[in-house]
Design a binder for this molecule. Structure first.
Ligand code: NAD
Ligand code: ZN
Length: 352
């Protein structure tokens, strides 16, 4: 399968410089957060010293992925004279990509934007697939658009400064891609014992290819794209639960929780073999900390799921695995089974 010309892998110095040198925008904006401004910004702006970059910096973290921050970005664009021929470069993790994409995608009914993902999660997931959004009332990605960047530069070089917990977070989405579409990748991933053993450059490309192929078959998520929601129904609800408790957990950590619960439900409803449920349990326990879900929160988490934007008339839809490497979607387990899956998760994370 071929990837689109707008997706560039590796050697950002040469590729981005060439791309931007050949571009002719009226002005150039670059959006960063308080980390990507420290670790990544100078590398990019030094590449093209002739460009009068206008830098927009926002505080880091999911808590700032809001319409309020978006407003600040629009303010900066507007007061600095951005017009319909301006370019916005989103340099950062998924928060920057999602919010910068939404800000650019709506400013003057949409200006061009480029994604330069600097976290593993944004390289393999958030920057690919044309979804941009912000959170609303602590619910994830409620205000958003389908909008594709004019270019996406994916370079694993940024991973050198990324904390391990962020690597682990992105790794969850890579595991997800393997679980829904590639049995042999899942088996190889099960063999790794540490991130040092992993050739990220090639694994990132592989993971992006899986996502891209699924997105291409269903860009607006009518059917096959729902596969990418594997682990996210419970995962998102758990994520917002912990966010509200002011003990936020990484997106990927919550997705890992959600995938283990969904694997249990798959075992009960879709015949996922016991051996595969065990393999998934082992893999997730190897990489992710044992974050317990308080049993008194099960109902609250169920309630959050019914408010998720993927629900229809409050009915919670799951993507499930009949076996590793293939998926089914729009499945509706009972509330009892969903609670049981959380109890299963809580139990297995404490077992040796
Ligand atoms: N649009 C989509 O299809 C899609 C898919 C998956 C996830 N997402 C969204 O992505 C977001 C999560 O993305 P994320 O995990 O990248 O979070 P993030 O953007 O908050 O980045 C994580 C942390 O890493 C820091 N950081 C970024 N690059 C760095 C670098 N090179 N070195 C050191 N620190 C660096 C950031 O400042 C931040 O503190 C969520 O909001 C999620 O909803 C969107
Ligand atoms: Zn995700």
């Amino acid at each position: 399968m071929s990837l689109p010309d707008s997706l560039f892998f590796g050697d950002i110095a040469t590729k981005f410089q060439k791309w931007i040198d050949e571009s002719s925008y009226s002005s150039y904006f670059i959006l960063v957060d308080s980390s990507s401004s420290v670790y990544c910004l100078s590398d990019i702006i030094h590449l093209n010293p002739n460009i009068d970059w206008k830098i927009i910096e926002i505080p880091r973290g999911e808590a700032y992925k809001t319409i309020t921050t978006c407003s600040l970005i629009w303010e900066e664009l507007f007061t600095n004279g951005a017009d319909r021929f301006s370019l916005m470069v989103n340099l950062g993790g998924g928060v920057i990509g999602d919010m910068g994409g939404l800000a650019a995608g709506t400013y003057m009914r949409g200006i061009d934007f480029v994604q330069i993902p600097t976290t593993l999660l944004s390289m393999v997931d958030a920057s690919v697939g044309g979804k941009v959004a912000v959170d609303f009332h602590l619910a994830k990605n409620i205000i958003g658009l389908f909008k594709t960047p004019v270019a996406n530069f994916i370079d694993s070089k940024w991973l050198h400064t990324l904390p391990q917990e962020e690597i682990r977070s992105g790794w969850a989405e890579m595991i997800k891609h393997a679980m829904i579409a590639d049995t042999s990748a899942f088996e190889k991933m099960s063999q790794f014992e540490s991130f040092d053993e992993i050739d990220f450059e090639s694994w990132i490309m592989h993971s992006v290819s899986i996502k891209y192929k699924i997105v291409e078959s269903d860009p607006t998520e009518q059917h096959l794209r729902k596969g990418l929601n594997f682990g996210h129904t419970i995962g998102h609800a758990v994520e917002t639960f912990f966010l509200e408790q002011e003990t936020p957990k990484k997106h990927g950590e919550c997705v890992a929780i959600g995938m283990l619960c969904a694997a249990y439900i798959s075992n009960k409803m879709e015949g996922l073999p016991n051996s595969e449920l065990e393999a998934i349990t082992k893999l997730i326990k190897k990489w992710y900390p044992p974050i317990a879900i308080p049993p008194e929160a099960y109902s609250d988490i169920l309630d959050r799921m019914s408010k998720d934007k993927k629900s229809r008339a409050g009915q919670v839809k799951f993507t499930l695995l009949p076996q590793i490497g293939t998926y089914v979607y729009d499945k509706t387990p009972s509330n009892e089974l969903i609670k049981e899956s959380m109890a299963f998760y809580n139990q297995v994370i404490t077992e040796k």
